[in-house]
Ligand binder design. Structure first.
Ligand SMILES: *[C@@H]1O[C@H](CO)[C@@H](O)[C@H](O)[C@H]1NC(C)=O
Ligand SMILES: *[C@@H]1O[C@H](CO)[C@@H](O)[C@H](O)[C@H]1NC(C)=O
Length: 390
């Protein structure tokens, strides 16, 4: 909304300068008040998830950029040092709040999931800094991100700042901004929490059903994604028979097909697929990150983290070079994030069995791609899932 108004106000600026300028300034003030308003804890966690609109005017209209960049402390260009980029329904909140307990980690983002770097308006804006030299554009973009997402008064030098947005893994915009536009694009580290893919899909479905975003049965809800997956697998098998698959990247043709079919669906139906199955095809989304920043991706397995968070956290902090910290004192807080209600959904039957077979192949490829054993196929073989309704 704010974005559309902002653009309208700007194009009108030339014709009705004084009035439009006033309106525009008022709008800016309202927008910044809205962005800066303190919110209650529940709202902070839930209220703005998925509804954040970063519609901001293009920076070219904020004329004097050198004035803005003057006196910005150097540590701002290092923020954030750590990002949790995915995946949804795999325990990213539990991981985020656990890491926040580390004395060196600063959790000063206004919300747990700001989604800033995956926003289409933000990405468009990042391309739009006319008349500025490249370095200045990067600095301005980075500064605006930091100012919008983090509480700067709570920041200090020498700390590790963490941000978590599960949309980043699935976003081409986020990939570009994080790996080539932020000032610390060559240093920033990324954490990815992965969960057995079918459980994630079922939990995702439960979540949306519970929040009233999904009314269909699981079978109906996944039908279009399943149809695409099957037809792409068929095409893939045919390509393999013709020896036309790229041996080094056997999954490439399959995921390209899924991508193209999803896009066709989006254009035809004017809405995106919910992604219950597709967001669980982790390798599809990870490919470009693995190509761009293989050494700065750190994986956490949901199943291990949930079973033994203290050991997993100790391992993770070693991997990312943080000082030893004993999370035992906050074990209760961590497990609290995983606490479930008393209601469960059971999923089994032929369709679940079919899905389990489909995901097995992807898990094997993923295992190879990230060089990490995945403990998921046993659950898939059972073909019987009991997923808490959170
Ligand atoms: C821009 O800011 C710099 C530094 O504050 C100042 O010296 C310069 O005069 C300003 N330029 C304009 C056009 O306002
Ligand atoms: C920002 O941080 C300061 C210092 O910790 C705190 O006093 C203030 O309430 C925070 N502001 C918001 C909006 O969270």
């Amino acid at each position: 909304m704010a974005s559309a108004w902002g653009v309208a106000a700007l194009s009108g600026l030339r014709r009705h300068a004084p009035r439009a300028l006033l309106a525009f300034l008022l709008l800016l003030t309202l927008a910044s008040l809205w962005l800066l308003q303190p919110t209650g804890e529940n709202e902070r966690l839930e209220g703005r998830r998925g509804h954040v609109d970063y519609g901001l005017p293009p920076l070219e209209h904020e004329l004097n950029s050198s004035a803005q960049l003057q006196g910005v402390p150097a540590f701002v260009w290092e923020i954030p040092q750590l990002l949790i980029i995915g995946v949804m329904k795999a325990g990213t909140s539990a991981l985020y709040y656990a890491l926040c307990e580390h004395p060196r980690i600063n959790c000063v983002a206004y919300v747990k999931e700001p989604f800033y770097l995956s926003s289409a308006e933000v990405a468009a804006q990042a391309r739009e800094y006319h008349g500025l030299v490249q370095q200045e554009r990067r600095r301005l973009f980075h500064l605006r991100y930091v100012q919008t997402v983090f509480n700067l008064t709570a920041l200090s030098a020498g700390q590790v700042t963490l941000e978590a947005s599960t949309t980043y893994l699935h976003s081409a915009a986020a990939l570009t901004l994080i790996t080539s536009r932020l000032m610390n694009a060559d240093r920033i580290r990324m954490l990815v929490v992965l969960r057995e893919p079918l459980s994630r899909a079922l939990s995702h479905y439960n979540h949306e059903k519970r929040h009233g975003k999904q009314k269909a049965t699981f079978g109906d809800a996944i039908a279009p994604e399943l149809a695409i997956l099957k037809s792409c697998h068929q095409q893939d098998t045919w390509l393999a028979q013709q020896n036309r698959l790229d041996e080094a990247r056997p999954y490439e043709a399959l995921y390209d097909c899924v991508q193209a079919e999803s896009e066709r669906y989006r254009l035809a139906k004017r809405r995106a697929l919910p992604g219950y199955l597709f967001k669980s095809l982790y390798l599809w989304h990870l490919r470009p990150w693995l190509a761009a920043v293989p050494d700065r991706l750190h994986f956490v397995l949901h199943e291990h983290f949930r079973r033994d968070p203290i050991t997993e956290l100790a391992q993770l902090q070693r991997n990312i070079g943080l000082e030893e910290f004993d999370y035992e004192s906050v074990r209760e807080e961590i497990t609290h994030e995983f606490q479930e209600g008393s209601r469960y959904n059971r999923f089994s039957g032929p369709m679940i069995h079919e899905l389990a077979l489909l995901f097995r192949a992807h898990n094997d490829l993923l295992e190879l791609a990230i060089g990490m054993p995945l403990p998921w196929n046993e659950a898939l073989e059972r073909g019987h899932f009991v997923i808490p309704i959170e």
